[in-house]
Design a protein. Structure first.
Length: 122
């Protein structure tokens, strides 16, 4: 799998690309950090989880977040195979981290992706 590198997309003479694991991780970050309606041309791309970040931390909120993440990955990243149980959201001091265990259907490797959803300054 290939993807355009972000934020260093261009060098002097070429477009910078990411490959395999790094490309998938970068695409997951873009999907999770995007709000629905932000991507011009596809109003359904994204998760919409930022609106829940100020809500009370409880099991219901975690279920809502996991559902949003699972639905977005199933819809926009068909190269990944995962179940709802493969998504785990944890909080450590000033960070909210999502851990996603998924099988890549391109090369049939199972990887663990750790993505920081929210990090406050302290």
């Amino acid at each position: 799998m290939r993807s355009i590198s972000f934020p260093n997309m261009f060098s002097k003479t070429q477009t910078n690309l990411s490959y395999d694991y790094n490309a998938t991780l970068q695409n997951l970050k873009m999907l999770l950090w995007s709000q629905k309606g932000e991507l011009f041309g596809d109003p359904y791309f994204g998760t919409g989880i930022k609106k829940y970040m100020a809500d009370q931390n409880d099991s219901l909120l975690r279920d809502i977040l996991v559902d949003n993440i699972y639905t977005a990955i199933a819809m926009f990243m068909p190269q990944l195979y995962l179940t709802r149980k493969d998504i785990n959201i944890t909080s450590e001091r000033n960070k909210v981290i999502v851990k996603i265990k998924a099988m890549n259907r391109v090369d049939y490797t199972t990887n663990l992706y750790n993505i920081i959803l929210l990090q406050s300054e302290s």
